[in-house]
Ligand binder design. Structure first.
Ligand code: ATP
Ligand code: 3PG
Length: 404
Protein backbone atom coordinates (compact mmCIF):
# COMPACT_ATOMS: atom_id res chain seq x y z
CA UNK A 1 0.00 0.00 0.00
CA UNK A 2 1.30 3.45 -0.86
CA UNK A 3 1.42 5.57 2.28
CA UNK A 4 0.20 9.11 2.59
CA UNK A 5 3.77 10.27 3.10
CA UNK A 6 4.84 8.64 -0.17
CA UNK A 7 1.94 10.36 -1.86
CA UNK A 8 2.88 13.71 -0.36
CA UNK A 9 6.49 13.21 -1.48
CA UNK A 10 5.23 12.83 -5.07
CA UNK A 11 3.46 16.16 -4.66
CA UNK A 12 -0.27 16.86 -4.38
CA UNK A 13 -0.29 20.63 -4.84
CA UNK A 14 -3.24 21.66 -6.99
CA UNK A 15 -4.50 18.07 -7.23
CA UNK A 16 -8.06 17.13 -6.33
CA UNK A 17 -7.66 14.47 -3.66
CA UNK A 18 -10.70 12.36 -2.73
CA UNK A 19 -10.50 11.22 0.90
CA UNK A 20 -12.87 8.34 1.70
CA UNK A 21 -13.39 8.87 5.42
CA UNK A 22 -15.74 7.26 7.93
CA UNK A 23 -17.65 10.21 9.39
CA UNK A 24 -20.45 7.92 10.56
CA UNK A 25 -20.73 9.60 13.96
CA UNK A 26 -23.52 9.20 16.51
CA UNK A 27 -26.06 12.02 16.34
CA UNK A 28 -28.86 13.05 18.67
CA UNK A 29 -31.31 15.36 16.91
CA UNK A 30 -28.66 16.70 14.55
CA UNK A 31 -26.01 17.16 17.24
CA UNK A 32 -22.88 15.02 17.20
CA UNK A 33 -22.59 13.19 20.51
CA UNK A 34 -19.08 11.88 19.83
CA UNK A 35 -16.70 13.27 17.21
CA UNK A 36 -14.01 10.59 17.59
CA UNK A 37 -14.22 9.39 14.01
CA UNK A 38 -13.84 12.96 12.69
CA UNK A 39 -10.85 13.61 14.94
CA UNK A 40 -9.30 10.34 13.82
CA UNK A 41 -9.20 11.27 10.13
CA UNK A 42 -8.51 14.97 10.61
CA UNK A 43 -4.69 14.65 10.53
CA UNK A 44 -4.83 13.04 7.06
CA UNK A 45 -7.03 15.84 5.76
CA UNK A 46 -4.88 18.52 7.40
CA UNK A 47 -1.68 17.05 5.91
CA UNK A 48 -3.13 17.00 2.42
CA UNK A 49 -4.46 20.54 2.74
CA UNK A 50 -1.14 21.80 4.10
CA UNK A 51 0.54 20.28 1.04
CA UNK A 52 -1.73 22.32 -1.24
CA UNK A 53 -4.18 19.60 -2.27
CA UNK A 54 -7.82 20.41 -3.00
CA UNK A 55 -9.37 17.97 -0.59
CA UNK A 56 -12.75 16.35 -1.20
CA UNK A 57 -13.96 14.44 1.86
CA UNK A 58 -16.62 11.76 1.38
CA UNK A 59 -18.35 9.38 3.78
CA UNK A 60 -21.52 7.52 4.54
CA UNK A 61 -23.61 8.26 7.63
CA UNK A 62 -26.09 5.72 8.95
CA UNK A 63 -28.03 3.46 6.64
CA UNK A 64 -30.31 5.64 4.49
CA UNK A 65 -32.40 3.91 1.83
CA UNK A 66 -30.34 5.01 -1.20
CA UNK A 67 -33.24 6.83 -2.79
CA UNK A 68 -32.00 10.40 -2.43
CA UNK A 69 -31.48 12.87 0.39
CA UNK A 70 -32.80 12.07 3.87
CA UNK A 71 -32.14 15.07 6.14
CA UNK A 72 -31.63 12.92 9.25
CA UNK A 73 -28.60 11.34 7.56
CA UNK A 74 -27.02 14.54 6.21
CA UNK A 75 -23.27 14.95 6.66
CA UNK A 76 -23.72 18.71 7.21
CA UNK A 77 -23.10 18.50 11.00
CA UNK A 78 -19.96 16.41 10.41
CA UNK A 79 -18.69 18.93 7.83
CA UNK A 80 -19.22 21.77 10.31
CA UNK A 81 -17.37 19.87 13.03
CA UNK A 82 -14.51 19.05 10.65
CA UNK A 83 -14.19 22.78 9.92
CA UNK A 84 -13.98 23.53 13.65
CA UNK A 85 -11.29 20.90 14.15
CA UNK A 86 -9.28 22.12 11.16
CA UNK A 87 -9.80 25.73 12.18
CA UNK A 88 -10.84 26.65 8.67
CA UNK A 89 -13.94 26.95 6.50
CA UNK A 90 -15.00 23.66 5.00
CA UNK A 91 -17.28 23.86 1.96
CA UNK A 92 -20.29 21.54 1.85
CA UNK A 93 -21.92 20.11 -1.27
CA UNK A 94 -25.59 19.32 -0.81
CA UNK A 95 -25.37 16.36 -3.17
CA UNK A 96 -22.75 13.68 -3.83
CA UNK A 97 -22.08 13.70 -7.58
CA UNK A 98 -24.62 16.27 -8.84
CA UNK A 99 -24.42 19.95 -9.65
CA UNK A 100 -23.61 21.04 -6.10
CA UNK A 101 -20.71 18.57 -5.78
CA UNK A 102 -19.29 19.56 -9.17
CA UNK A 103 -19.54 23.30 -8.41
CA UNK A 104 -18.12 22.91 -4.92
CA UNK A 105 -15.13 20.93 -6.17
CA UNK A 106 -14.56 23.32 -9.08
CA UNK A 107 -14.50 26.23 -6.63
CA UNK A 108 -11.88 24.60 -4.38
CA UNK A 109 -8.52 26.35 -4.37
CA UNK A 110 -5.22 24.82 -3.28
CA UNK A 111 -5.21 23.82 0.38
CA UNK A 112 -9.01 24.08 0.79
CA UNK A 113 -11.37 21.32 1.94
CA UNK A 114 -14.91 20.35 0.92
CA UNK A 115 -17.25 17.64 2.18
CA UNK A 116 -19.74 16.09 -0.23
CA UNK A 117 -23.12 14.79 0.93
CA UNK A 118 -23.73 11.25 2.22
CA UNK A 119 -22.53 8.66 -0.32
CA UNK A 120 -25.39 6.33 0.64
CA UNK A 121 -28.04 8.74 -0.65
CA UNK A 122 -27.10 7.11 -3.97
CA UNK A 123 -28.17 3.52 -4.65
CA UNK A 124 -24.93 2.87 -6.56
CA UNK A 125 -22.80 3.21 -3.43
CA UNK A 126 -23.98 0.03 -1.72
CA UNK A 127 -25.34 -1.89 -4.73
CA UNK A 128 -24.54 -5.58 -5.00
CA UNK A 129 -24.55 -5.16 -8.77
CA UNK A 130 -21.00 -4.54 -10.01
CA UNK A 131 -22.15 -2.45 -12.97
CA UNK A 132 -24.36 -0.19 -10.86
CA UNK A 133 -21.60 0.32 -8.30
CA UNK A 134 -19.08 0.89 -11.09
CA UNK A 135 -21.26 3.52 -12.74
CA UNK A 136 -21.46 5.42 -9.45
CA UNK A 137 -17.71 5.06 -8.96
CA UNK A 138 -17.22 6.54 -12.45
CA UNK A 139 -19.21 9.59 -11.39
CA UNK A 140 -17.16 9.93 -8.18
CA UNK A 141 -13.92 9.53 -10.16
CA UNK A 142 -14.80 12.56 -12.28
CA UNK A 143 -14.55 14.72 -9.17
CA UNK A 144 -10.94 13.84 -8.34
CA UNK A 145 -7.38 13.13 -9.53
CA UNK A 146 -6.17 11.02 -6.60
CA UNK A 147 -7.83 8.75 -3.99
CA UNK A 148 -6.87 8.40 -0.35
CA UNK A 149 -8.58 5.61 1.58
CA UNK A 150 -8.85 6.48 5.26
CA UNK A 151 -12.33 5.32 6.29
CA UNK A 152 -11.17 2.34 8.31
CA UNK A 153 -14.65 1.76 9.80
CA UNK A 154 -15.99 0.95 6.31
CA UNK A 155 -13.15 -1.05 4.74
CA UNK A 156 -15.15 -4.26 5.17
CA UNK A 157 -17.83 -2.94 2.84
CA UNK A 158 -17.63 -3.72 -0.89
CA UNK A 159 -19.07 -0.32 -1.72
CA UNK A 160 -18.40 1.97 -4.68
CA UNK A 161 -16.38 4.58 -2.79
CA UNK A 162 -14.47 1.94 -0.81
CA UNK A 163 -13.77 -0.73 -3.43
CA UNK A 164 -14.49 0.47 -6.97
CA UNK A 165 -13.24 4.05 -6.84
CA UNK A 166 -9.62 3.31 -5.88
CA UNK A 167 -9.40 1.04 -8.95
CA UNK A 168 -10.14 4.12 -11.06
CA UNK A 169 -7.65 6.60 -9.55
CA UNK A 170 -4.05 6.62 -8.31
CA UNK A 171 -4.43 5.76 -4.64
CA UNK A 172 -2.81 5.66 -1.22
CA UNK A 173 -3.77 4.66 2.33
CA UNK A 174 -4.29 7.42 4.88
CA UNK A 175 -2.63 7.58 8.27
CA UNK A 176 -5.66 6.26 10.15
CA UNK A 177 -5.85 3.06 8.10
CA UNK A 178 -2.11 2.55 8.55
CA UNK A 179 -2.38 2.90 12.34
CA UNK A 180 -5.46 0.69 12.64
CA UNK A 181 -3.99 -2.11 10.54
CA UNK A 182 -0.72 -1.88 12.47
CA UNK A 183 -2.45 -2.48 15.82
CA UNK A 184 -4.93 -5.12 14.68
CA UNK A 185 -2.19 -7.07 12.96
CA UNK A 186 -0.68 -7.65 16.40
CA UNK A 187 -3.90 -9.39 17.51
CA UNK A 188 -3.78 -11.79 14.56
CA UNK A 189 -0.23 -12.84 15.43
CA UNK A 190 0.80 -14.46 18.73
CA UNK A 191 -0.96 -12.59 21.53
CA UNK A 192 -0.12 -12.47 25.21
CA UNK A 193 -2.51 -14.72 27.15
CA UNK A 194 -5.05 -14.89 28.62
CA UNK A 195 -6.66 -13.31 25.54
CA UNK A 196 -10.19 -12.17 26.39
CA UNK A 197 -12.72 -10.94 23.84
CA UNK A 198 -15.89 -9.06 24.80
CA UNK A 199 -18.64 -8.92 22.17
CA UNK A 200 -21.84 -6.92 22.33
CA UNK A 201 -23.67 -4.37 20.22
CA UNK A 202 -26.69 -4.52 17.99
CA UNK A 203 -25.37 -5.59 14.58
CA UNK A 204 -25.71 -9.22 15.58
CA UNK A 205 -25.92 -10.86 12.16
CA UNK A 206 -22.84 -8.93 10.98
CA UNK A 207 -20.78 -9.90 13.97
CA UNK A 208 -21.59 -13.45 15.01
CA UNK A 209 -19.27 -14.95 12.41
CA UNK A 210 -16.17 -13.62 14.13
CA UNK A 211 -16.75 -16.15 16.91
CA UNK A 212 -15.91 -18.93 14.47
CA UNK A 213 -12.39 -17.52 14.12
CA UNK A 214 -12.06 -16.44 17.76
CA UNK A 215 -12.77 -19.95 19.00
CA UNK A 216 -9.36 -20.93 17.70
CA UNK A 217 -7.65 -17.90 19.13
CA UNK A 218 -9.19 -16.45 22.30
CA UNK A 219 -9.11 -18.02 25.77
CA UNK A 220 -12.40 -16.46 26.88
CA UNK A 221 -15.25 -14.87 24.96
CA UNK A 222 -17.70 -12.81 27.01
CA UNK A 223 -21.02 -12.15 25.32
CA UNK A 224 -23.21 -9.13 26.08
CA UNK A 225 -25.44 -6.60 24.33
CA UNK A 226 -27.97 -7.60 21.72
CA UNK A 227 -25.85 -10.60 20.82
CA UNK A 228 -26.43 -12.35 24.16
CA UNK A 229 -30.07 -13.23 23.53
CA UNK A 230 -29.42 -15.46 20.54
CA UNK A 231 -27.09 -17.46 22.81
CA UNK A 232 -29.54 -17.54 25.70
CA UNK A 233 -32.27 -18.67 23.30
CA UNK A 234 -29.93 -21.37 21.95
CA UNK A 235 -29.55 -22.61 25.54
CA UNK A 236 -33.29 -23.01 25.65
CA UNK A 237 -34.15 -19.92 27.68
CA UNK A 238 -37.08 -17.58 27.06
CA UNK A 239 -35.71 -14.22 25.82
CA UNK A 240 -39.00 -12.33 25.60
CA UNK A 241 -38.88 -9.52 23.04
CA UNK A 242 -35.09 -9.11 23.19
CA UNK A 243 -33.00 -8.85 20.02
CA UNK A 244 -32.91 -12.36 18.58
CA UNK A 245 -31.22 -13.61 15.42
CA UNK A 246 -33.43 -16.65 14.86
CA UNK A 247 -31.63 -17.83 11.71
CA UNK A 248 -28.36 -18.03 13.65
CA UNK A 249 -29.54 -20.18 16.55
CA UNK A 250 -28.14 -23.43 15.09
CA UNK A 251 -24.82 -21.73 14.31
CA UNK A 252 -24.63 -20.42 17.86
CA UNK A 253 -25.35 -23.90 19.25
CA UNK A 254 -22.42 -25.19 17.21
CA UNK A 255 -20.20 -22.40 18.61
CA UNK A 256 -21.18 -23.34 22.16
CA UNK A 257 -20.40 -26.99 21.53
CA UNK A 258 -17.05 -26.20 19.92
CA UNK A 259 -16.14 -23.90 22.82
CA UNK A 260 -16.85 -26.74 25.24
CA UNK A 261 -14.85 -29.24 23.17
CA UNK A 262 -11.84 -26.95 22.81
CA UNK A 263 -11.80 -25.53 26.33
CA UNK A 264 -12.57 -21.95 25.31
CA UNK A 265 -14.66 -20.23 27.97
CA UNK A 266 -17.76 -18.83 26.26
CA UNK A 267 -19.39 -16.77 28.99
CA UNK A 268 -23.02 -15.63 28.90
CA UNK A 269 -24.90 -13.18 31.12
CA UNK A 270 -26.29 -14.65 34.34
CA UNK A 271 -28.63 -11.72 34.95
CA UNK A 272 -30.02 -8.90 32.83
CA UNK A 273 -31.95 -5.63 33.08
CA UNK A 274 -35.28 -6.04 31.30
CA UNK A 275 -38.12 -3.71 30.45
CA UNK A 276 -41.40 -3.78 28.55
CA UNK A 277 -40.32 -0.75 26.56
CA UNK A 278 -37.20 0.51 24.80
CA UNK A 279 -35.88 3.53 26.74
CA UNK A 280 -36.46 7.16 25.83
CA UNK A 281 -33.09 8.11 24.36
CA UNK A 282 -34.10 11.71 23.68
CA UNK A 283 -35.61 12.93 26.93
CA UNK A 284 -33.80 10.22 28.96
CA UNK A 285 -36.79 9.89 31.25
CA UNK A 286 -36.03 7.26 33.90
CA UNK A 287 -36.52 3.75 32.57
CA UNK A 288 -38.88 1.27 34.09
CA UNK A 289 -36.76 -1.86 34.44
CA UNK A 290 -36.20 -4.87 36.64
CA UNK A 291 -33.25 -7.18 37.16
CA UNK A 292 -33.93 -10.83 36.41
CA UNK A 293 -31.92 -14.03 36.08
CA UNK A 294 -30.90 -14.75 32.50
CA UNK A 295 -33.09 -17.88 32.59
CA UNK A 296 -36.11 -15.90 33.72
CA UNK A 297 -36.69 -13.15 31.15
CA UNK A 298 -40.46 -12.49 31.05
CA UNK A 299 -42.09 -13.15 27.67
CA UNK A 300 -43.21 -9.52 27.28
CA UNK A 301 -39.86 -7.93 28.20
CA UNK A 302 -36.64 -7.03 26.45
CA UNK A 303 -33.08 -7.38 27.77
CA UNK A 304 -31.34 -4.00 27.64
CA UNK A 305 -28.20 -4.36 29.75
CA UNK A 306 -26.21 -6.99 31.61
CA UNK A 307 -27.08 -7.22 35.30
CA UNK A 308 -24.92 -6.56 38.38
CA UNK A 309 -23.84 -10.19 38.90
CA UNK A 310 -22.82 -10.42 35.24
CA UNK A 311 -20.85 -7.18 35.53
CA UNK A 312 -18.90 -8.65 38.42
CA UNK A 313 -18.43 -11.96 36.65
CA UNK A 314 -17.18 -10.30 33.45
CA UNK A 315 -14.83 -7.98 35.38
CA UNK A 316 -13.35 -11.05 37.08
CA UNK A 317 -12.87 -12.74 33.69
CA UNK A 318 -11.04 -9.66 32.42
CA UNK A 319 -8.94 -9.03 35.54
CA UNK A 320 -6.05 -11.38 34.74
CA UNK A 321 -6.13 -10.88 30.97
CA UNK A 322 -2.98 -9.87 29.12
CA UNK A 323 -4.81 -8.99 25.89
CA UNK A 324 -8.41 -7.77 25.56
CA UNK A 325 -10.39 -6.96 22.44
CA UNK A 326 -13.81 -5.42 23.01
CA UNK A 327 -16.43 -4.63 20.40
CA UNK A 328 -19.98 -3.56 21.04
CA UNK A 329 -21.63 -1.92 24.05
CA UNK A 330 -23.12 -4.57 26.34
CA UNK A 331 -26.27 -2.53 26.89
CA UNK A 332 -28.20 0.41 25.51
CA UNK A 333 -25.60 2.75 27.01
CA UNK A 334 -27.21 5.80 25.39
CA UNK A 335 -29.68 5.75 28.32
CA UNK A 336 -28.11 6.23 31.76
CA UNK A 337 -30.16 3.42 33.32
CA UNK A 338 -28.67 0.91 30.85
CA UNK A 339 -25.10 2.25 30.78
CA UNK A 340 -23.88 0.42 33.90
CA UNK A 341 -22.85 -2.78 32.12
CA UNK A 342 -20.83 -0.97 29.47
CA UNK A 343 -19.17 1.17 32.16
CA UNK A 344 -18.27 -1.95 34.11
CA UNK A 345 -16.60 -3.50 31.05
CA UNK A 346 -14.64 -0.30 30.35
CA UNK A 347 -13.56 -0.14 33.99
CA UNK A 348 -12.64 -3.82 33.90
CA UNK A 349 -10.34 -3.19 30.94
CA UNK A 350 -8.66 -0.30 32.74
CA UNK A 351 -8.25 -2.27 35.98
CA UNK A 352 -6.46 -5.08 34.17
CA UNK A 353 -2.86 -4.85 33.06
CA UNK A 354 -3.81 -6.09 29.61
CA UNK A 355 -3.12 -4.55 26.22
CA UNK A 356 -6.64 -3.34 25.45
CA UNK A 357 -8.21 -2.68 22.07
CA UNK A 358 -11.72 -1.19 21.89
CA UNK A 359 -13.29 -1.31 18.43
CA UNK A 360 -16.41 0.22 16.94
CA UNK A 361 -18.13 3.52 16.36
CA UNK A 362 -20.52 3.17 19.28
CA UNK A 363 -18.12 1.28 21.54
CA UNK A 364 -15.48 3.99 21.24
CA UNK A 365 -18.15 6.68 21.64
CA UNK A 366 -19.51 4.89 24.72
CA UNK A 367 -16.11 4.89 26.39
CA UNK A 368 -15.78 8.65 25.93
CA UNK A 369 -19.42 9.55 26.63
CA UNK A 370 -19.32 7.54 29.86
CA UNK A 371 -16.36 9.64 30.98
CA UNK A 372 -13.40 7.30 30.50
CA UNK A 373 -10.06 8.66 29.32
CA UNK A 374 -9.60 7.28 25.81
CA UNK A 375 -5.82 7.52 26.18
CA UNK A 376 -5.94 5.01 29.04
CA UNK A 377 -6.81 2.22 26.58
CA UNK A 378 -4.18 0.55 24.40
CA UNK A 379 -5.97 1.42 21.19
CA UNK A 380 -9.40 2.73 20.34
CA UNK A 381 -10.31 1.54 16.87
CA UNK A 382 -12.74 3.49 14.71
CA UNK A 383 -13.93 0.23 13.16
CA UNK A 384 -16.35 -2.22 14.76
CA UNK A 385 -17.42 -4.57 11.98
CA UNK A 386 -14.21 -3.69 10.14
CA UNK A 387 -11.93 -4.65 13.02
CA UNK A 388 -13.89 -7.87 13.62
CA UNK A 389 -13.64 -8.89 9.99
CA UNK A 390 -9.94 -8.06 10.04
CA UNK A 391 -9.54 -10.37 13.04
CA UNK A 392 -11.55 -13.02 11.20
CA UNK A 393 -8.75 -12.99 8.63
CA UNK A 394 -11.10 -11.95 5.85
CA UNK A 395 -9.92 -10.01 2.82
CA UNK A 396 -11.33 -6.56 3.37
CA UNK A 397 -12.41 -4.95 0.08
CA UNK A 398 -11.24 -1.48 1.10
CA UNK A 399 -7.77 -2.69 2.02
CA UNK A 400 -7.43 -5.01 -0.98
CA UNK A 401 -8.34 -2.12 -3.27
CA UNK A 402 -5.57 0.04 -1.80
CA UNK A 403 -3.05 -2.74 -2.28
CA UNK A 404 -3.85 -3.18 -5.96
N1 ATP B 1 -29.47 -5.47 24.63
C1 ATP B 1 -29.49 -4.61 23.62
N2 ATP B 1 -30.58 -4.45 22.87
C2 ATP B 1 -30.61 -3.58 21.86
N3 ATP B 1 -29.56 -2.80 21.49
C3 ATP B 1 -28.45 -2.92 22.20
C4 ATP B 1 -28.34 -3.82 23.30
N4 ATP B 1 -27.10 -3.70 23.81
C5 ATP B 1 -26.47 -2.77 23.08
N5 ATP B 1 -27.26 -2.28 22.12
C6 ATP B 1 -26.97 -1.21 21.15
O1 ATP B 1 -25.89 -1.56 20.32
C7 ATP B 1 -25.50 -0.38 19.63
C8 ATP B 1 -24.07 -0.50 19.17
O2 ATP B 1 -23.91 -1.69 18.42
P1 ATP B 1 -22.95 -1.83 17.16
O3 ATP B 1 -22.98 -3.27 16.79
O4 ATP B 1 -23.33 -0.82 16.12
O5 ATP B 1 -21.51 -1.49 17.79
P2 ATP B 1 -20.35 -0.53 17.29
O6 ATP B 1 -19.36 -0.43 18.37
O7 ATP B 1 -20.90 0.78 16.82
O8 ATP B 1 -19.74 -1.22 16.03
P3 ATP B 1 -19.78 -0.70 14.50
O9 ATP B 1 -18.68 0.29 14.39
O10 ATP B 1 -19.58 -1.96 13.70
O11 ATP B 1 -21.14 -0.12 14.24
C9 ATP B 1 -25.74 0.75 20.61
O12 ATP B 1 -26.51 1.74 19.99
C10 ATP B 1 -26.49 0.09 21.79
O13 ATP B 1 -27.61 0.83 22.25
O1 3PG C 1 -20.33 2.11 12.04
C1 3PG C 1 -19.66 1.34 11.34
O2 3PG C 1 -19.33 0.19 11.71
C2 3PG C 1 -19.17 1.83 9.99
O3 3PG C 1 -19.37 3.21 9.82
C3 3PG C 1 -19.83 1.03 8.87
O4 3PG C 1 -21.21 1.24 8.88
P1 3PG C 1 -22.20 0.11 8.31
O5 3PG C 1 -22.17 -1.04 9.27
O6 3PG C 1 -23.53 0.79 8.20
O7 3PG C 1 -21.65 -0.28 6.96
Amino acid sequence: MKTIDELLAEGVKGKRVFVRADLNVPLAEGTITDDGRIRAVQPTIAKLAAAGARVIVASHLGRPKGTGAEPAFSLAPAAARLGELLGTDVAFATDTVGASAKETVAALTDGRVAVIENLRFNAGETSKDDAERGAFADQLAELADVYVGDGFGAVHRKHASVFDLPARLPHAAGGLIATEVGVLKKLTAEVERPYVVVLGGAKVSDKLAVIDELLGKADRILIGGGMAYTFLHAKGYEVGISLLQKDQVEVVKEYMKRAEDTGVELVLPVDVLVSAEFPDLKGKTPANFEIVDAQAIPADKEGLDIGPRTRELYASKIADAKTVFWNGPVGVFEHPDYAGGTSAIAQGLLDSSAFTVVGGGDSAAAVRILGFDENAFGHISTGGGASLEYLEGKTLPGLAALEG
